[in-house]
Design a protein around this ligand. Structure first.
Ligand code: AMP
Length: 640
């Protein structure tokens, strides 16, 4: 496969990757030495009931120990967590020893509320240190955290509460965006009201940003609770390698988000290995990942990855453009950041500003800038590479995998970058391109197929869907009949050197500013507006955000949108509803009203055709279409 197509002269990467698949046990047993184990593991990979894979079976370890405690003796006084908020004008620099103390305090608070191993703790927090303390405190005591992105609103939050059924929720009075306070507590209270499963306790950090009403007997003030546990000593609970460390919800084709469940040992090993081989981070250095703890990138490369490898991590609350567009580079200079991780959308935002301001800062400490989450277009890559003067490394992965599937393993062997390609398979990923029609592997270069991964998935990838093994198997492992391959639901091609290029999703999931959103969830929210009879939401190419959602709605009473004023008012109402239910991140960029939606004769929505019309492309084969006039009306609505 890809190795035989290689034209590289130095063969270290192909040999490394080949060994990770062919001598799986030996390879991963070696990687497992990168972390501490309390009890050594027996079997490296148990794959007796495919597609379920258990890594490092019999071993006992702890994520928090590996991220915090084991560094205290050697680098206790070194920076571990650097918090900078340009929103509230504060910062806090926390050493490994201080982090250990704070995490123990948080762990003691959770234990005092009855949280025990296996309990879920939902974390709905802005980008503040207490969010990281809460994550680490959970894994310290074997509780399973479920972080929900702070930009999600009450309906999104309620569905996650119901699925995770947390004993405790950790939250705050609010976040801040562009200097404006964003209250969290009212959204949380509404979500708990909507949810069938109520948490016993809610632990609240009061930042003094927004007024909070406390529910007596349920709501606990973090500062008070912390003061009662200042000297807390909470040892790490050694858990089985396969013990779930967290769940993280992600969108799919149904309206119900999936709880991606991650193990402990496999995840720790995969992160440690990726930190060395892909991100080339070294102990004592600083990593700056601009994502949010609510996303998988934040879990892996703001919190666990850098800390596990003994690096300091920067937790940044704020916009890349405030107080000005060079704030990130000031931080790079000040903290001598060696590894930076961001998204193409963030770079496109910066591209609108003066490049000289960036150049005024000394960013020479940067070894590389990693970008992921969405396709990296060539103009963006060229611009940032010219401005920064360091390698720009695209990498491709998903919430499900927890770490890169495709990247350049420059820590193993310096690889050539190719514009538009996230590179080559990372260790342990047996990446295939599958012909959708035949289910066969595509081996010839430049032929489009579905990007798939042969079982077993490497360590660190999802174990299952939380409490739904059947959904795990049905969703990911059944797309190719008679074969056990994991579908990424992305189209891709491979060139003659084995480099992959990602061409977009095969399903209805859209990607807005690097965030994955399910169109079905947005459709459900839009249709909850009493005036809407039917709706289709599609993702449409956008210069800044990669894609934006556009909603096409049919009204129960078309007269409501007969005038431009009426249509505008209704559009505003629909957007507000999505903001309130799902969060502004899911808000459609436009809502257009139509007499009918383009469908097939059997009543299936022609989403691809709608999307093509929006992007000015040929809508393709329309022989199964019910009413051609609907497409013409759509065209006019788009142009209008
Ligand atoms: P998420 O689970 O939210 O991280 O979204 C994962 C999806 O984002 C993938 O299935 C891809 O569709 C897309 N994606 C992530 N990284 C890249 C990349 N480097 N290039 C192209 N698409 C990407």
């Amino acid at each position: 496969m890809e190795t035989s197509m290689s034209t590289r002269t130095d063969e270290r990467y192909p040999a490394y990757h080949r060994r990770s698949l062919q001598d799986r046990e030996g390879f991963w047993a070696e990687q497992a030495r990168l972390i501490d184990w309390e009890t050594p593991f027996g079997r490296v990979c148990e794959h007796d009931h495919p597609p379920f894979a258990n890594w490092f079976v019999g071993g006992k370890t702890n994520l928090c120990h590996n991220a915090v405690d084991r560094h205290v003796a050697g680098r206790g006084a070194q920076n571990a967590l650097v918090w900078v908020s340009t929103e509230v004008g504060q910062e806090r620099i926390i050493s490994f020893a201080e982090l250990q103390a704070e995490v123990q305090r948080m762990a003691a608070i959770l234990q005092a509320q009855g949280v025990v191993q296996g309990d879920r703790v939902l974390i709905y927090m802005p980008m503040i240190p207490e969010a990281v303390f809460a994550m680490l405190a959970c894994t310290r005591i074997g509780a399973i955290h479920s972080v929900v992105f702070g930009g999600f609103a009450s309906v999104s939050l309620a569905s996650r509460i119901d699925d995770a059924q947390p004993r405790v929720i950790v939250s705050a009075d609010g976040g801040s965006r562009s200097g404006k306070a964003i209250p969290y507590k009212p959204l949380l209270d509404e979500a708990i009201r909507l949810a069938a499963s109520k948490p016993e306790k809610v632990l609240l950090v009061d930042r003094g940003l927004a007024p909070m009403e406390r529910v007596p007997g349920r709501d606990i003030d973090y500062a008070e609770a912390r003061a009662a546990h200042l000297d807390a000593q909470v040892p790490c609970t050694w858990v089985e390698s396969t013990h779930p460390s967290y769940t993280l919800y992600t969108s799919g084709t149904t309206g119900k988000p999936k709880g991606v469940q991650r193990d402990t040992g496999g995840y720790a090993v995969a992160l440690a290995s990726s930190m060395r081989d892909i991100f080339q981070g070294r102990p004592g250095e600083t990593l700056f990942c601009t994502s949010d703890i609510g996303w998988v990138v934040g879990h892996s490369y703001i919190v666990y990855g850098p800390l596990i490898s003994g690096m300091a991590t920067i937790l940044y609350e704020g916009l890349p453009t405030r107080p000005d567009a060079s704030i990130w580079w000031r931080l790079v200079e000040r903290f001598k950041v060696t590894t930076m991780f961001s998204s193409p959308t963030a770079v496109r935002v910066l591209k609108k500003f003066d490049v000289d301001a960036m150049r005024r800062h000394d960013t020479s400490s940067l070894r590389a800038l990693f970008l992921a989450g969405e396709p990296l277009d060539e103009p963006t890559a060229t611009w940032i590479s010219g401005a920064l003067g360091c390698p720009i490394i695209d990498n491709y992965w998903q919430t499900e995998t927890g770490w890169p599937i495709l990247a350049l393993s420059n820590g193993v062997e310096k690889q050539r970058s190719k514009f538009g390609s996230p590179g080559l398979p990372a260790a342990g990923y047996d990446v295939k391109l599958i012909d959708e029609a035949t289910g066969q592997d595509i081996t010839a270069p430049h032929q489009k197929g579905v990007v798939a991964i042969e079982a077993p998935l490497p360590p660190g990838c999802l174990q299952t869907v939380w409490r739904d093994d059947e959904r795990f198997v049905k969703t990911y492992w059944k797309s190719v009949p008679n074969r056990l391959v994991y579908s990424t639901f992305d189209w891709g091609v491979r060139d003659e050197d084995g480099y992959f290029f990602i061409l977009g999703r095969t399903d209805d999931v859209i990607n807005v500013a690097g965030h994955r959103l399910g169109t079905r969830e947005i459709e459900e929210s839009v249709s909850s507006h009493p005036a809407i009879a039917e709706v289709a939401v599609v993702g449409v190419a956008d210069q800044l955000k990669g894609q934006v959602a556009i909603a096409f709605a049919v009204l129960k009473d078309p007269a409501l949108a007969a005038t431009p004023e009426g249509a505008l008012k209704l559009e505003g109402e629909v957007m507000k509803r999505v903001d309130e239910q799902l969060g502004a991140v899911a808000r459609p960029a436009r809502v257009r009203f139509l007499a009918a939606l383009p469908k097939t004769r059997s009543g299936k929505l022609l989403r691809r055709a709608i999307q093509a019309v929006c992007e000015g492309r040929d809508p393709g084969d329309l022989t199964t279409m019910d009413d051609p006039a609907a497409l013409q009306a759509l065209r006019e609505a788009v142009q209008g």
